[in-house]
Design a protein around this ligand. Structure first.
Ligand code: DMJ
Length: 659
C-alpha cells in the first residue's frame, strides 16, 4: 500500500495508482519539523558544550586519560542475558563487579583514604596573638569537614622545642639525638618580619591541611573540586608527591606534628611496587630522592635514607644506554626505559639528565655505595668531552649516538637546572669538585656572550637561542638564574664575580618587573622583549601562573647575599598577591591569566608550591641562621642538601668516597 500523500490528489478522489499529492499534511509537517528541531538541538548543544580548544591537544589528552584509567573502562558490555528472569543478576556483571572489588581490595587497602584527624590542637602563643592583632596573619576559617564547627579559627602551630623523636629512630653513623636539624632558629629581630614569616607558615598549614583532608596519599590537591589531581606528572598512582615534597618544609617551619603524619604515611604507604607507568627520571629524582635525602639529613631517620635508595635503584635501568646518558622515562615495574617521542629524534633532555648529580652523589656518600656517583660521573664526562657549539650546550642529546639533537639552547625550559647543578655540585663538594666549577664558568661565559641581552628599557634578560637566532623571550623557569648568578658571583672571587653579581641583580629585577606588569602582580609563564613589549607575555599560552617558585627563589638568594630590603618588599608583595588571587577556601590554585582582574583558577595545588614556593618565602623572612648558604645547597626542588666538610649533618657513611 502506498502512503496517503500518493493516494489523494486535490479534493478529488482519483485513481490511487496515478494521482500524486504535492504537499504534506499538517500532522506530517509537524513530524518533520520535530525531527529537524531535534537534529538542530543536538548540533547546537555539541557546538556550545564541547570544551573550548577541542582540537588535537584535547583529543590527545582524553586519549591519555583513557589510557591511564586502565583497561576496566573497556570491558565490553555483557551479551544479552539469555534466559534471565527479572531480578536475576546478570552473571557477566556479577563477574565484573567481583573482579573490580578484588582489584580495589588489592590496590587500595581498607585504610587507603583514611581521613586524618585535623583537630590537631595547635598551641597558641603570644607570637600568634600578635600576628592576628596586627592583621598580618589572616585566620584560616575551617569548614565543618575540617574536624570542627564551621567558622572555627585554626591557629598555626607554634613549636617551642624541636622534635627529636624522629632522630631517635635513626641508626645512621653518627646519628645521635642532638644531631638533628634545629628549626627553632631564624626568627628575625624585627617583629614585623616575624609576622610575615608567620603568615607564610599559616599558608603552608592551609595548603597541607586541605591536601590532607581531600587528597591524602594522592599526588596533588585540586582545591576547587576538592579531590586528588591525577593529571600530574606522576599520574593517577598514589605516590603522595605532595607529602614527600612538602615534608622538609614542614620540618623547617617547626610543624613537627604534620611532619610526623607525613613520615608515618611514607613508612606505611609509600611504594613503587605495581606502579605500571613510565616515571620521569628527573622529576622522581628531584622530588622524591631529593625530598627523602633532605629529611634524612635533617633527622638522621634511617627510613628516609632507605626510601631514597629504594627509589634511586628503581631509576637505575634508565642509565643502561650506549653512552650512559639516561633515558627520560622508566617503567619501574619492568625497567623498560625510553625517551619522549617529541624530543628531537629520540634525544634525552639536558635539564633532565643534567639534574641528577647532587642527589646521586650525596646518595653514594650516605650509603657508601659508589654506583650512584658513577652514574652521574659518566654523564659529566660525556658532557665535558663533547664538542660544544660556541661553548654552549644544546637542550637535546641522543643517548645512543652521543650526538646533540636540535640546536636549541635555553636557561629556561629544557636547559635550566643543568647549569644550576654545575655550580651546586661544586658547592656541595665543599669546593672540591673543581671540574664542575670550571664547566659552570665556561658555560656562563658563553651564555653571557650569546644569550644575555639588555632591553631598550634597560632590563637584563636571558633569551633562548634557536639555530643561531635569538628568541627574545624568557621563561618563568629561567627566573631562578638571578639567584644562580648571585651565588656564582659570591662563592668564588674570580674575574667573573662582579659581572655575575650584576647579572644576578638584573635578572631578578626583570623577573620582578614581569610580576608587577600584570594585574594580579603574579608573573606569567613566559614573557617577551620585542615589538615594543618588555617583560610581558604576548601569547595566550604564556599568561598563566602555576604557583611557580623561581622568582621567589632569586629574591631569597639575593636577599641573603645583599640584605637589600627591596627583595623582602618584593617577596611580601607576592605573598599578598598569592593570598588575593591564588588562595581558595581549600588550598591554593594556579591562575589561567595573570593579566585579568579576576582570573580563572586552574584547580591545581602543585607539590612544588609546598616544596619550593612557600619554603623560599619563609626563608626570605627568616634570618641567616636558618639554613646558612655556606652549609646547605638547595637542589632544584628546594630540598636543601648538606655541604660536605662543613655541615655536621652530612652523615657520610664510613666507606664514602669521591668529591
Ligand atoms: C620544579 O619542579 C623545579 O624547580 C624544576 O627545576 C623546575 N620546575 C618546577 C617548578 O617550577
Amino acid at each position: 500500500m502506498l502512503p496517503t500523500y500518493q493516494r489523494i490528489s486535490g479534493s478529488q478522489p482519483s485513481n490511487p495508482l496515478l494521482s500524486v499529492r504535492r504537499s504534506f499534511r499538517s500532522s506530517e509537517k509537524c513530524l518533520i519539523l520535530l525531527v529537524l528541531l531535534t537534529f538542530g538541538f543536538v548540533c547546537f548543544g555539541g557546538f556550545f558544550f564541547l570544551p573550548d580548544n577541542f582540537g588535537a591537544d584535547r583529543l590527545l589528552k582524553v586519549y591519555k586519560q583513557l589510557q591511564r584509567a586502565g583497561p576496566e573502562i573497556f570491558i565490553p558490555p555483557p551479551p544479552p542475558a539469555n534466559g534471565l528472569l527479572d531480578g536475576d543478576e546478570d552473571p557477566h556483571k556479577l563477574n565484573d563487579r567481583e573482579k573490580l572489588q578484588e582489584k580495589i581490595q588489592k590496590e587500595l587497602p581498607a585504610d587507603f583514604l583514611e581521613k586524618p584527624d585535623l583537630d590537631i590542637g595547635r598551641s597558641e602563643g603570644p607570637e600568634f596573638d600578635n600576628a592576628l592583632d596586627s592583621g598580618v596573619l589572616a585566620p584560616v576559617v575551617m569548614g565543618p569537614m575540617a574536624g570542627g564547627p564551621a567558622g572555627v579559627v585554626a591557629p598555626p602551630q607554634i613549636i617551642d622545642e624541636p622534635d627529636i623523636k624522629a632522630a631517635s629512630k635513626g641508626s645512621s653513623p653518627g646519628s645521635v639525638v642532638s644531631n638533628t636539624f634545629n628549626s627553632n632558629v631564624g626568627e628575625d629581630p624585627d617583629p614585623a618580619v616575624r609576622e610575615k614569616r608567620n603568615k607564610v607558615k599559616e599558608m603552608m598549614i592551609h595548603a597541607w591541611d586541605n591536601y590532607k583532608l581531600y587528597a591524602w596519599g594522592k599526588n596533588e590537591l585540586k582545591p576547587l573540586t576538592k579531590r586528588g589531581h591525577s593529571g600530574s606528572i606522576f599520574g593517577a598512582f598514589d605516590l603522595g608527591a605532595t607529602i614527600v615534597d612538602g615534608l622538609d618544609t614542614l620540618y623547617l617551619m617547626g610543624l613537627h606534628k604534620e611532619f610526623d603524619e607525613g613520615r608515618d604515611w611514607v613508612e606505611r604507604k609509600f611504594t613503587l611496587e605495581g606502579v605500571g607507568m613510565d616515571l620521569s627520571v628527573f622529576e622522581t629524582n628531584i622530588r622524591f630522592i631529593g625530598g627523602f635525602l633532605t629529611c634524612y639529613a635533617f633527622t638522621g631517620d634511617r627510613l628516609f635514607l632507605d626510601k631514597a635508595k629504594y627509589v634511586a635503584d628503581k631509576l637505575l635501568p634508565a642509565f643502561q644506554t650506549p653512552t650512559g646518558i639516561p633515558y627520560a622515562l622508566v617503567n619501574v615495574n619492568n625497567g623498560i626505559s625510553k625517551n619522549y617521542g617529541w624530543a628531537s629524534g629520540g634525544s634525552s633532555i639536558l635539564s633532565e639528565f643534567g639534574t641528577l648529580h647532587l642527589e646521586f652523589s650525596y646518595l653514594s656518600d650516605v650509603t657508601g655505595d659508589s654506583v650512584y656517583r658513577e652514574r652521574v660521573q659518566t654523564i659529566r664526562s660525556v658532557l665535558k668531552d663533547i664538542e660544544k657549539p660556541k661553548g654552549l650546550y644544546p637542550n637535546y642529546l641522543n643517548p645512543k649516538t652521543g650526538k646533540w639533537g636540535q640546536q636549541h639552547m635555553s636557561l629556561g625550559a629544557l636547559g635550566d637546572s643543568f647549569y644550576e647543578y654545575l655550580l651546586k655540585a661544586w658547592i656541595q663538594s665543599g669546593h672540591e669538585d673543581e671540574e664542575a666549577r670550571e664547566m659552570f664558568d665556561d658555560a656562563m661565559q658563553a651564555i653571557i656572550q650569546h644569550m644575555i641581552r639588555t632591553s631598550a628599557g634597560g632590563l637584563t634578560y636571558v633569551s633562548d637561542l634557536k639555530f643561531e637566532r635569538l628568541d627574545h623571550k624568557m621563561d618563568h623557569l629561567a627566573c631562578f638564574a638571578g639567584g644562580l648568578f648571585g651565588l656564582g658571583g659570591t662563592t668564588l672571587n674570580n674575574q667573573y664575580s662582579e659581572k655575575y653579581m650584576e647579572i644576578g641583580e638584573g635578572i631578578t629585577n626583570t623577573c620582578h618587573e614581569s610580576y608587577v606588569r600584570t594585574y594580579t602582580r603574579l608573573g606569567p609563564e613566559a614573557f617577551r622583549f620585542n615589538d615594543g613589549v618588555e617583560a610581558k607575555a604576548l601569547k595566550s599560552g604564556e599568561k598563566y601562573y602555576i604557583l611557580r617558585p623561581e622568582t621567589f627563589e632569586s629574591y631569597f638568594i639575593m636577599w641573603r647575599l645583599t640584605h637589600d630590603q627591596k627583595y623582602r618588599d618584593w617577596g611580601w608583595d607576592a605573598v599578598q598577591a598569592l593570598e588575593k588571587h591564588s588562595r581558595t577556601p581549600n588550598g591554593f590554585s594556579g591562575l589561567k591569566n595573570v593579566y585579568l582582574t579576576d582570573p580563572q583558577k586552574d584547580d591545581v595545588q602543585q607539590s612544588f608550591f609546598l616544596a619550593e614556593t612557600l619554603k623560599y618565602l619563609y626563608l626570605l623572612f627568616s634570618d641567616d641562621s636558618l639554613l646558612p648558604l655556606d652549609d646547605w645547597v638547595f637542589n632544584t626542588e628546594a630540598h636543601p642538601l648538606p655541604v660536605k666538610g662543613r655541615n655536621p649533618l652530612f652523615r657520610a657513611a664510613a666507606t664514602s668516597s669521591g668529591p
